[in-house]
Design a protein around this ligand. Structure first.
Ligand code: GFB
Length: 313
């Protein structure tokens, strides 16, 4: 990408898209296109086509998706499947038809089988059954990956696919039921501190492990891949480190400064028991994460405190 290339970021109001826009602008890219949902409905192919014909983007980042935590995924499979298929089935073909030079499609590590070997290598894709709580989302993302690979194979379109691990950071969704675990816990623990509660409930057993990547690191990796990777194979983006949900809860309690008791609500699902990805491929290309979990949580918490009254809760 050149500093004046026309770069389109789909999903720029969300956690990932906003981080990509921030990163591009901070790195001196001057022609970043990031229309709001009101300005451009990504599921409306006619609108998208007109927009692409007019603005002629050269590079496209697809960070637009219906996303959510374990409960939202588990209870709205129709919306997760349909909305994600619609967005990607609109953006990928139109990008090709309108002469986009290169596209990056973001998947997720939930595309991998529930019980696959850990750390998860890219080759584990489609080697076993998926985790049921996020099967709909995973199937939509797998379809997006396969569509990019098909365009590359059949038409030589330079569409690449990155698989980020669980993400967190500024601009996340902090809703009490729809969010992922870090923003969900941050909000609950902050509220417990403010209300001087002695006990709160967290979901599941606390035993599953997850790997977490600060969203600005993901944005950095996306720009790195756009500039330096043209392969057809998917690439994991993570840290390679894992933590149990119970230990994550302790870390957030410490940073918030709340010392109450955690009760584990086992009526809520645990999801996949362990999820940490093998990032040797990305490392061998020359990229490494920079923000560790404690620092990332500190940055996210301070963002949350600053925006608590105006964000999606
Ligand atoms: O972040 P999370 O919703 O995503 O949940 P997944 C991770 C773990 O944290 C689960 C536990 O074991 C939850 O039971 N947990 C504990 C909580 N307390 C909470 C809480 O207050 N809120 C939430 N959300 N979890 C998602 C997929 O799975 O990962 C998506 O459903 C996506 O499709 C995303 O791929 C990256 O890691 O379980």
């Amino acid at each position: 990408m050149n500093k004046d290339s026309a770069i389109f970021v789909a999903g720029a109001r969300g956690l990932v898209g906003s981080a990509i826009v921030r990163r591009l602008q901070a790195s001196g890219y001057t022609n970043v296109l990031y229309p709001s949902r009101q300005e451009l409905d990504l599921s409306d192919a006619d609108q998208v086509k007109k927009y692409f014909e007019g603005m002629k983007p050269e590079y496209v980042f697809i960070a637009a998706a219906k996303v959510g935590g374990i409960l939202a995924n588990n209870t709205q499979p129709v919306e997760f499947l349909l909305e994600n298929l619609k967005i990607q089935n609109t953006l990928i073909p139109i990008s090709y038809e309108c002469g986009v030079k290169k596209l990056l499609f973001l998947g997720s590590t939930c595309i991998y089988p529930k019980f696959c070997e850990q750390p998860i290598k890219e080759s584990a894709l489609l080697s076993g059954p998926l985790e049921p709580t996020n099967e709909a989302y995973a199937i939509a993302k797998i379809a997006g990956i396969k569509l990019c690979q098909a365009y590359k194979k059949e038409y030589g379109f330079n569409a690449i696919c990155a698989q980020p691990t669980n993400l967190y950071g500024p601009n996340d969704n902090f809703s009490s039921t729809g969010s992922h675990v870090i923003p969900g816990l941050m909000r609950r623990i902050m509220e417990a501190k403010e209300a001087k509660l002695e006990k709160i409930a967290c979901w599941g057993t606390g035993t599953p492990t997850r790997e977490f990547l600060f969203v600005d690191d993901l944005a950095d990796a996306c720009i790195f891949l756009m500039d330096s990777y043209d392969g057809i194979d998917i690439v994991n983006v993570g840290t390679g480190d894992e933590i149990s949900i119970a230990d994550l809860t302790k870390l957030i309690c410490e940073q918030v400064g709340w010392e109450g008791e955690i009760e584990w609500d086992t009526s809520k699902p645990d999801g996949t028991p362990r999820k940490v990805c093998d990032i040797s491929k990305l490392k061998s290309l020359g990229w490494n994460p920079k923000v560790d979990l404690a620092k990332g949580i500190e940055l996210t918490l301070s963002w949350f405190k600053e925006h608590q009254n105006s964000i999606r809760t």
